[in-house]
Ligand binder design. Sequence first.
Ligand SMILES: [Zn+2]
Length: 319
Amino acid sequence: MTMPWKKSIEPIIKNSLGFLFRAFSGVLKDAITIFVYHDVSDSPSEFSRSHDLNVRPSLFEEQIKFIKKNFNVISPHHLLRGEIPHRAALITFDDGFIGYFKNAIKILEKYDLPSIIFLNMGPIKGEVFWSGLITYLCDKRSDFKSYLQETLSKEAKKKPLFLSCSRDLVESYMKSVGESFAEEVHQFVGEFAGEKDLLEASRNPLVFYGNHSYNHYVPLLLSDEELLKTYNRNARELEKYDNYRNILSLPFGRSSFSHEQVHLLFKNGAKKIFQSSGKINFDRSSNFLDRIALTSDHDSPSKIWFQFFQRQLREIATL
Ligand SMILES: [Zn+2]
């Protein structure tokens, strides 16, 4: 439970520390900072809202202005060619919410900034979005939670529940209750882009597509063969678009994959792989890069500066 005093004092601390951190922003000179967004909408779905995946278009525009003012935004094309200026930044999106196509592209065009969206082609083609399904079950179905309590090991129960939601486990639950929850999950997740939206936006020189695997399964719960299958199947679908670049962002992005899997994906063609654990990339030449999420909480420059350095600070604190 969050204490009420903590809730009121937290923004003040973040703002003040962020203001201080700004003084150290010179360290970003030789780094590449990669931002990750999901949805940009004035009417976000329950899933986006409750998991802080949405930024309102007006706030998104403010954040974009901040990025443009403080960074040199590059395109994935430049990243792949190693053409990385000082204070480089890349703007990325995950999953395929319609808000990117309807709202974010317009704003990015206004400031002449490129971006890349990592897509799961399964949901784009109408399949149930796996991340939405397991989140729906964990958030809304108490019988699913009891089912997990009975099924999972003590060790697995210590981690966030979604990290244990394998296909076998979820499918056998759905079989036992005789429901697919497709309609409920669709309502919960909100609108995704379709292939028509992808085709239209693919002609925009500022828009690039990347691979987020065919559906949003937890990589750690997949065998090597299953992982390559979901990666390759998605790549085949995306290769139809001229703006596709062979860069992969890992589903769930944090604690959801192993370094052996990252190595396997590089061996099988991925040029760059992104995680989302919130760090700045000081080694610009690395092919394995991290991203920082900007959310609805980041409504002032100081809070954005705070977001840049908090993960770095936490790491120093645990040394
Ligand atoms: Zn994702």
